[in-house]
Design a protein around this ligand. Structure first.
Ligand SMILES: Cc1cc2nc3c(=O)[nH]c(=O)nc-3n(C[C@H](O)[C@H](O)[C@H](O)COP(=O)(O)O)c2cc1C
Length: 187
């Protein structure tokens, strides 16, 4: 299975650091999975403005292609202004609503305050529900204090939660292979 690990920001480095840690833990549980990181910072973004997809630049079309090609996703996001970064929302807006349908997704996020973990519950999860993703029941929210100066995660509890997230994600990914992506409705 091809899993896309999305670093959903063009600012900062802790989000990417969590993603690399999750990648290692997923590999521990299933070494056969093909894990690829997509760093939004590596692409030149354009605002989604309703034009046909062919009229966007190569980078935007490449992002869409990578999402379509994947069988599952880890979405990593920092918290910006009590929400997700605009560039991540813009990326979701580029995708056809069927792109992530019935595919497994786990969320990791990082913020500068402890209180903003609910951004995942109240904002990110509803978007993924709209896409009809198989969102794992566990997500991991980290705070800046969980990292050392080199952005290594130094909190044991966070490591355990990331391991558990990886374990459940791998199970969801295996389950999703038995769920037909062909629907009986037209939505
Ligand atoms: C524009 C901006 C807005 C932010 N808003 C919030 C916020 O509302 N809540 C919060 O917990 N952290 C906020 N932060 C902190 C980021 O979430 C934090 O910088 C990020 O998780 C990654 O850390 P890093 O920049 O050291 O990689 C904000 C950071 C920026 C740059």
């Amino acid at each position: 299975m091809k899993i896309l690990l999305v670093d959903g920001t063009i600012i900062g480095s802790k989000t990417g650091a969590i993603l690399e840690q999750v990648k290692t833990y997923i590999q521990d549980f299933n070494p056969e999975m093909e894990l690829k990181v997509l760093r939004l910072a590596d692409f030149e973004h354009q605002f989604v403005d309703g034009r046909p997809i062919a009229e966007y630049n190569d980078d935007m079309r490449e992002i869409v292609r990578r999402f379509e090609d994947a069988d599952g996703y880890i979405i990593a996001s920092p918290i910006f202004q009590g929400s997700i970064p605009g560039v991540l929302k813009n990326t979701f807006d580029m995708l056809h609503p069927h792109t992530m349908r019935y595919k497994p997704v786990s969320i990791v996020a990082n913020g500068g305050t402890y209180q903003h973990h609910l951004v995942i519950e109240n904002q990110l999860k509803p978007i993924l529900d709209y896409f009809r993703c198989l969102v794992t029941p566990n997500y991991v929210y980290t705070h800046s204090s969980h990292f050392d100066a080199a952005n290594t995660i130094i909190n044991d509890d966070v490591h355990n939660r990331l391991r558990e997230l990886a374990r459940v994600f791998v199970q969801y990914a295996e389950m999703s292979q038995h769920l037909s992506k062909v629907t009986l409705d037209n939505h």
